[in-house]
Write a protein of this length. Structure first.
Length: 154
């Protein structure tokens, strides 16, 4: 048997946060798993500039980065009742959600995402971001489903 010291993996649990109820539950799940596995958590909300703005945001319009920050802050507050884990890092990352999360997964121990975000079509079992992450992430992916499924979501 080797006498080499085994060090624990400190790569974070990556959580995709879009403000949906399943992304809030993904944060809660990451909090429980992070505590149990002694791993940090990295909560990521992505943002992009609407092509309709041509790269410019009118002065009287809240920009996409500010909206993303509000979504992230609100989700963290709801998920952790205002008391986030001490080893949680919250980040806004510029780029489309799926490719950005997949890139971020290169340094993660695992990824947790909600099954469906706020867009898309009712009745879909998985959203395009969660499907892309499941197929292309560089780490294991846990997909959080809604607690109660209705006839519309099944």
């Amino acid at each position: 048997m080797s006498t080499a010291t085994i060090t624990r993996d400190t790569r974070p649990i990556l959580v995709g946060v879009d403000g949906s109820s399943t992304s809030v539950e993904a944060l809660r799940t990451a909090g429980r798993l992070g505590a149990a596995l002694n791993l940090p958590i990295r909560a990521v909300t992505t943002w992009v500039v609407d092509p309709g703005f041509g790269g410019y945001v009118p002065i009287d319009v809240t920009g996409p980065q500010e909206v993303a920050q509000e979504i992230l802050d609100r989700a963290l507050a709801v998920a952790f009742d205002g008391e986030p884990p001490v080893d949680l890092e919250a980040a806004l990352v510029y780029g489309p959600a799926a490719p950005t999360l997949i890139e971020q997964s290169e340094t993660a121990s695992m990824m947790i995402v909600g099954s469906r975000g706020l867009g898309g079509f009712r009745g879909m079992l998985l959203g395009s971001v969660s499907v892309a992450c499941v197929h292309h992430a560089h780490c294991p992916v846990l997909v959080i489903r809604p607690e109660e499924r209705t006839a519309d979501s099944a």
